[in-house]
Design a protein around this ligand. Structure first.
Ligand SMILES: Nc1ncnc2c1ncn2[C@@H]1O[C@H](COP(=O)(O)OP(=O)(O)O)[C@@H](O)[C@H]1O
Ligand SMILES: [Mg+2]
Length: 266
């Protein structure tokens, strides 16, 4: 199945064409300490996998390796079969890997729709002069409106982004990601800081990413009700290693998982 690396260093898929993201024996050691330890995880096309584990288990570090923020000390990452292990963040993003980065990507002083238009414009790669061409401008505006509808933010589109609730800000961050038409989305604790009243709508937006728009999602989340509601499979990390990756029901029933969490918050 495995092809030799080609001229561009891109090797064939080890787990079949339907695998969107393959994490292969991925490890990260810092100063002799193993932080991510030989993780293997494949994300099928359109699949939703939740990553759980106690604080310090290595979940964010794993995301950093997959998104390219950190370089692994061993192992590979493949996106739709292509080896992206050595690529910088922006090249992974261009190949279809999207990751939210807190609110830093949102321009708080601009309107919600202006934020999304800028993101669409940036991903289309046109110069800012395209804004002066009415047809191109309309195309960008239409695409931005579609994305705002997708993330249930139409009613907020004229509001200043900085005035949004945490839940709506999270939706806007997802909208900015969608502007790049990612194949795979990495969401690190999307519910963090979101008020209980905003959770259901955000859950619906995240659910629609896979169910309606057929993206693949890898999500770190502490709220187990949200994990059980959304995930096709749940991956459990503990001390940098993957303890288990199975259906939510199987993971909840797993003795090893229960023991790993005895006395610890999930
Ligand atoms: N840049 C770094 N250098 C050294 N240790 C780090 C670094 N980043 C994270 N760690 C350590 O790696 C472990 C896992 O952290 P992290 O991936 O943030 O866990 P999680 O997201 O599961 O809570 C923690 O013990 C943390 O202190
Ligand atoms: Mg974390």
């Amino acid at each position: 199945m495995r092809r030799d690396a080609g001229a561009g260093g891109v090797a064939g898929p080890p787990t079949g064409p339907a695998t969107d993201l393959a994490i292969e024996a991925l490890s990260w050691r810092v100063g002799g300490v193993s932080i991510v330890d030989g993780v293997n995880l494949a994300l099928a096309s359109g699949e939703f996998v939740a990553v759980i584990g106690p604080n310090g288990a290595g979940k964010t570090s794993l995301f950093n390796l997959v998104s390219g923020l950190r370089r692994p000390t061993a192992g590979r990452v493949r996106l739709a079969g292509a080896d992206i292990t050595g690529l910088p963040v922006h090249r992974r993003a261009r190949l279809g890997l999207g990751r939210t980065f807190q609110s830093s990507s949102v321009f708080g002083s601009l309107r919600v729709d202006e934020n999304v238009r800028l993101a669409v414009q940036a991903h289309r790669g046109g110069s800012m002069r395209a804004w002066r061409r009415p047809a191109a401008d309309r195309g960008v505006a239409v695409a931005a409106d579609e994305i705002l509808a997708q993330v249930l933010l139409e009613a907020r589109s004229r509001d200043t982004a900085g005035a949004l609730s945490h839940g709506d800000k999270r939706k806007l961050e997802i909208a900015l990601l969608l502007a790049g038409s990612p194949r795979v989305l990495l969401l690190d604790e999307p519910m963090a800081g979101v008020s209980a009243g905003d959770v259901p709508a955000l859950v619906e937006v995240i659910r629609s990413l896979t169910r309606v728009h057929r993206r693949s999602v890898l999500m770190v989340e502490h709220h187990m009700d949200v994990v059980l509601d959304l995930a096709d499979r749940v991956a459990v990390m503990h001390h940098g290693a993957l303890l288990s990756c199975d259906t939510p029901a199987a993971v909840m029933a797993d003795r090893t998982v229960q023991e790993a969490y005895l006395g610890e918050e999930l």
